[in-house]
Structures are given as C-alpha cells and as structure tokens.
Write a protein that binds this ligand. Sequence first.
Ligand code: SF4
Length: 125
Amino acid sequence: MPKPNDLEQKALQLIVNSGHEGILQSELWHKLGASSREGSRIAIKLENKGLIRREKELQNGRWTYRLFPKRLPASMDSIADCPCLMCPDNSRCDPSNVISPQTCEKLTDWLFTIAKNYPKALGDS
Ligand code: SF4
C-alpha cells in the first residue's frame, strides 16, 4: 500500500498534468486507486498547502469538485516568440552595454504583449 505522501505526490502530478482543464475528484481517485474519503483528504491537504484550487461542479446531478493546479510548469511554447532567441545582437546584449535588455524596445514590446494576453501568468492567480 502506498504511503500517504506518495499518494499526495502522485495526486499533485496528475492535477498538474491536467493543466487548465483540471480534473474531477472522482477521476483522480480512480487513477490513484484511492477511496473517495482518502482522496478528499488529500485534495484538502493540497489546497491548504496552496498547491491546488478546488471548484465546485455539478456532475450527473451530484456536486463534486474539479481540481486545478495553482502553478503550471513553464513550457517552451511560452518563450518561442521571445525576440532574444533570433536577435542578431544577442551575443553583444548585456545589462552593462549599450545594447541591453533594460533598454530594448523589442523585449519591452514582447513583455507588454504577454502581460496583456496572459495577465494570470504574471502573478494574478
Ligand atoms: S534584449 Fe533586445 S537586444 Fe537583447 S537579445 Fe533580446 S531582443 Fe536582442
């Protein structure tokens, strides 16, 4: 039988893997092979630790919870269009030089676009 911390770790991994769609509590317990009582305890523990959030959801006429990760790992997609990756000045760019990320308009524009399109990515969680 897995230790409670192992189950907690596996549960968190499954919730993180569910991404923005989240996962129903019952689906999670099924995947973990845990009882609903044990599963509920783990979900509350993860929520109290600030690792997940639970949202009430009506499923087949019964109230349950959908579990969402509070933080998702960064993906390569999130920086794929960063101007620095293809910048011809990349090798000379340094905060102590004339060419610097602190004064770069291309980088500033890119960061403003991210802030506008993904406000939650910048800490509004
Ligand atoms: S900060 Fe600007 S100048 Fe520096 S590497 Fe990125 S895009 Fe190029």
